[in-house]
Design a binder for this molecule. Structure first.
Ligand SMILES: [Mn+2]
Length: 201
């Protein structure tokens, strides 16, 4: 089931598989309101950071097969959020398109660069050393970013440049992605043809 509204730049999606049941809503021109419950605390924490610092509004409910592990829940939540962002962006006319950010969190420093061209390319280097962050496997932190970016059909490079604490490294990465995304989705007031040498994103 899909609901879209071009002028409001928002989208809602429901997705059910044998592994997860998800309801999601994303508004791009939001107030940073997050109502997120995935069943995985650290994932909620990261997606809340994305919502607040991206100044989105996000509602996300997931019932996943956490008796297996956190993988399906983490991946599917990211897929659905990415699809909501893609739909909310509509034809992508009149947006800034590019966004970039350097975001510190205490001793950690993360960099993100985003291009909202409709190609799915994601390069993530987080350098996490712990096996898990709360109930989220460290390998799934980068996988969430990759799945989100791929399904939002954009290009993103996310690098954690330094940081001793893995919680800080992960959180700085999500904040940097949020700030870069916020800049990239901002309305430019320019026609789409002025935003690309091709004339279309
Ligand atoms: Mn934190």
């Amino acid at each position: 089931m899909t609901q879209e509204h071009a002028t409001l730049r928002q989208a809602a999606l429901e997705r059910a598989t044998r592994e997860t049941r998800i309801e999601a809503f994303v508004r791009l021109d939001g107030a940073g309101r997050a109502d997120i419950s995935t069943g995985v605390g650290f994932l909620d924490h990261m997606l809340t950071a994305l919502t607040v610092h991206g100044r989105l509004d996000v509602t996300l409910r997931c019932q996943g097969d956490l008796h297996v592990d956190d993988h399906h829940t983490a991946e599917d939540c990211a897929i659905v959020l990415g699809q909501c962002i893609d739909r909310a962006l509509g034809d992508r006319s009149g947006i800034e398109r590019f966004g970039w950010a350097l975001v510190p969190m205490d001793e950690a420093l993360a960099r993100a660069a985003v291009d909202l061209v409709t190609r799915s390319v994601c390069v993530v280097r987080l350098g996490l050393r712990r096996e898990r962050l709360g109930e989220l496997s460290s390998e799934n932190v980068g996988h969430v970013i990759w799945s989100l970016v791929s399904n939002a059909r954009c290009v993103a490079h996310v690098d954690v440049l330094r940081g001793r604490n893995d919680h800080h490294r992960a959180e700085a990465a999500f904040k940097a992605l949020a700030v870069a995304l916020r800049q990239a989705v901002a309305r430019s007031g320019r026609p789409a043809a002025d935003n690309s040498t091709k004339g279309v994103l």
